[in-house]
Ligand binder design. Structure first.
Ligand SMILES: NC(=O)C[C@H](N)C(=O)O
Length: 329
């Protein structure tokens, strides 16, 4: 049987993390092992696929940047375009994995499997979860069918879609879930089983792109709470953003004094999108008496709505067209 060729792009994270002792699960340094050392810890991967690897970066994903995203997207697309590569695994820290996954899900236009993986325990830990997660990710990336579902996150035996995946626990291994939409599938004993797929556009169906872009439009997030100051909106405007995403209360509601500032921002051409801090349910569009149209982030959390807005702003500033992107992606 000929093996699939899986190319691994390593970005660091806890899966490449090292601590002083095997009992240390928190005080470790992420992004220390190289791709070669990572692979040495799971020699079994070569039984299931022909493996090549490249070190894209080696960092704690807390420090991921949008500039690195743009470069990573190019790197993933270049690997996917190679005729000899069947699937791609990206090792990455878990803190920002859901954002990187969704960004790549929107801008890498490929039908080949792209699987992101990390770990919650450092490589040096007793019962480190990285090696099995990596082996699972390779199995999934070697499975052609996996390319139909967009960028996937494979952790702890679960396969999540990039749009709905969320990190739900600070330190435990069962952290990645898709609480609203459910898992895409499960991997058991090296076999991926798929049960559902997203109807929202992704990868080979996406018309969002970052090709030729050297900088994403600046968009910030403002989290709403009792006692928040409208000065936060003024500060955002002063920082030169093109868009503001609010993580609002309930159905995306914003305290009146803050809303007033947002309207002023909108009059200055700053696009505003509302999401909810409830992290469940949909925020729908509304238009108030003054004609202030709120673009709604659907059921996306603020940090994912921000990504759609940044990519959509590369194509339009028309509120209705911007809204369509949120309806489709
Ligand atoms: N579990 C992890 O990977 C956390 C780490 N801080 C990172 O995101 O790189």
């Amino acid at each position: 049987m000929t093996h699939a060729h899986v190319h691994i792009i390593a970005c660091g994270g806890t899966i490449a993390g090292k601590a002083e002792s095997e009992k240390e699960l928190i005080g470790y340094k992420a992004g220390k092992l190289t791709i070669e050392e990572l692979l040495q810890s799971v020699p079994e991967v070569t039984e299931y696929a022909d493996i090549t690897g490249e070190q894209f970066c080696n960092m704690d994903s807390t420090n991921m940047t949008e500039d690195l995203w743009l470069r990573l997207a190019r790197c993933v697309e270049a690997a996917a375009d190679r005729a000899d590569v069947d699937g791609i695994v990206i090792t990455h820290g878990t803190d920002t994995m859901e954002e990187t996954a969704y960004f790549l899900n929107l801008v890498v236009h490929s039908r080949k499997p792209i699987v992101m993986v990390g770990s919650m325990r450092p490589a040096t830990a007793l019962s480190a979860d990285g090696p099995l997660n990596l082996l699972d990710a390779v199995h999934i990336a070697a499975c052609r069918q996996a390319g139909e579902y967009g960028v996937l996150v494979a952790m702890n035996g679960r396969i999540c879609g990039a749009r709905s995946v969320e990190k739900t626990d600070t330190t435990h291994v069962d952290t990645f879930r898709s609480r609203q939409m459910g898992y895409m599938g499960i991997i058991q004993n090296g076999i991926p089983y798929f049960y559902q797929q997203s109807l929202r556009r992704h990868t080979y169906l996406s018309q969002l792109s970052c090709q030729g872009i050297t900088k994403l439009p600046a968009v910030c997030i403002v989290y709403c709470y009792v006692g928040m100051s409208p000065a936060l909106i003024r500060a955002a405007v002063a920082s030169g953003v093109q868009g503001i995403v609010t993580a609002g209360l309930g159905h995306g509601k914003i305290p009146e004094a803050v809303l007033k500032e947002l309207k002023i921002a909108a009059q200055q051409g700053i696009v505003t999108v509302c999401t909810s801090r409830t992290l469940g349910g949909i925020v729908s569009t509304t238009e108030d008496d003054s004609g202030f149209f709120r673009i709604a982030g659907d059921n996306l959390p603020a940090h994912k709505a921000k990504i759609v807005l940044q990519l959509a702003l590369l194509q339009t500033r028309d509120p209705n067209t911007l809204q369509q992107f949120f309806d489709l992606y």
